[in-house]
Design a protein around this ligand. Structure first.
Ligand SMILES: Nc1ncnc2c1ncn2[C@@H]1O[C@H](COP(=O)(O)OP(=O)(O)O)[C@@H](O)[C@H]1O
Ligand SMILES: [Mg+2]
Length: 309
């Protein structure tokens, strides 16, 4: 049997500072990625995404647990797995005194690719990331979004068997984000495996074939975006704001998901009319839409993904 691209079992991480209480960043995370899969780790700020990615990419030792990459023990023998990996760390920056073209090319040469391969891969990645026009400018003169695209271009050009990307599209405009998504789809078609973290629901949905929801260091849900939406218990969402005063009545129509003052009722098309009437009688605003990953996230985590508290 060919081993999975990544297998993590009961990974724990406790940060112990010199002062203050210990922080349990991961409390037993187990996950698997098959070969050529695109998987997203979705969670709020502080959920533990970066900690997990740093451990899986051998940059940080876990407090306990196991990580295997293509069947090799990543914790006991990190050197054995590094050739399989390429990583875009959170807030990673390109070398400021290299141009995007030099950065990608040099990185590929350092990883042992020939001049020809390095050159053609570099040009392809620069084009994919829309960097052709700025490819010969020093990175120090580029915008934040262009630097981030340079980081992604450098790492995708490796076509490494397993890619870890920590919030890869942060700071990018919508057009650039789409180019990143396309490049990831191309990579998995060619056989690479991708694990990315994100706190963008649209990104997790558009990009991943499967996703894990993580909160406070533990995985709370796993499945496709459609699985998660179905698990909310209906196909339509009626949002009533402020809905707390009528929550009890709303609950008779289906499961409730709360987001601050707004109460979402998950229901079926046949019940919509009654709910809208109920809202209108109480002078409340109601809107109807399909169930989205947002409701799934709220139900699983109990808080909105953008809730910083
Ligand atoms: N080096 C560190 N020392 C102490 N605590 C840390 C360190 N890095 C992260 N943490 C804490 O661990 C938790 C998880 O952080 P992180 O993995 O960065 O989450 P995410 O990437 O999902 O935002 C947070 O509470 C964070 O404050
Ligand atoms: Mg992070």
């Amino acid at each position: 049997m060919t081993p999975d691209a990544l297998r993590a079992d009961s990974v724990r991480k406790t940060y112990r500072g010199r002062s203050g209480p210990a922080i349990e960043a991961l409390t037993g995370v187990s996950l698997r990625l098959s070969r050529a899969e695109r998987v997203a780790l979705l969670g709020r700020n502080g959920a533990g995404k970066t900690t997990f990615l740093r451990i899986a990419s051998t940059l940080l030792a876990p407090t306990s647990g196991e990580v295997e990459i293509f069947g090799h023990d990543a914790i006991a023998d990190p050197e054995s797995v590094r050739p399989y990996l390429a990583v875009v760390p959170q807030e990673g920056k390109p070398f400021m005194h290299l141009t995007p073209r030099e950065q990608a090319y040099t990185y590929l040469r350092a990883r042992g690719f020939t001049r020809e391969t390095s050159k053609s891969r570099t040009e392809h990645a620069l084009e994919q990331m829309g960097l052709t026009e700025v490819a010969d400018r020093l990175s120090i003169t580029l915008s934040g979004g262009q630097r981030q695209r340079t980081m992604v271009a450098t790492v995708i050009s490796t076509e490494a068997p397993l890619l870890f990307l920590d919030e890869p599209t942060i700071g990018m405009d919508p057009f650039a984000r789409r180019s990143v998504w396309d490049s990831f789809r191309e990579l998995t078609r060619k056989g690479s495996t991708i694990l990315l973290t994100t706190h963008y629901l649209d990104e997790a949905e558009a990009l991943s074939q499967r996703l894990y929801i993580i909160d406070r260091g533990r995985l709370l849900a796993e499945g496709t975006a459609d699985d998660m939406k179905r698990s909310v218990g209906g196909t339509l969402r009626v949002s009533v704001a402020p809905g707390n005063g009528v929550a009890e009545q709303l609950a008779t129509f289906g499961p409730l998901v709360r987001d601050g003052d707004t109460v979402h009722v998950i229901t079926s098309p046949g019940r919509i009319q009654e709910i809208l009437q109920l809202a209108a009688h109480s002078n409340l605003t109601a809107s109807v839409g399909p169930v989205t990953l947002e409701e799934a996230f709220l139900r699983v985590v109990g808080r909105s993904i953008n809730d910083e508290s």
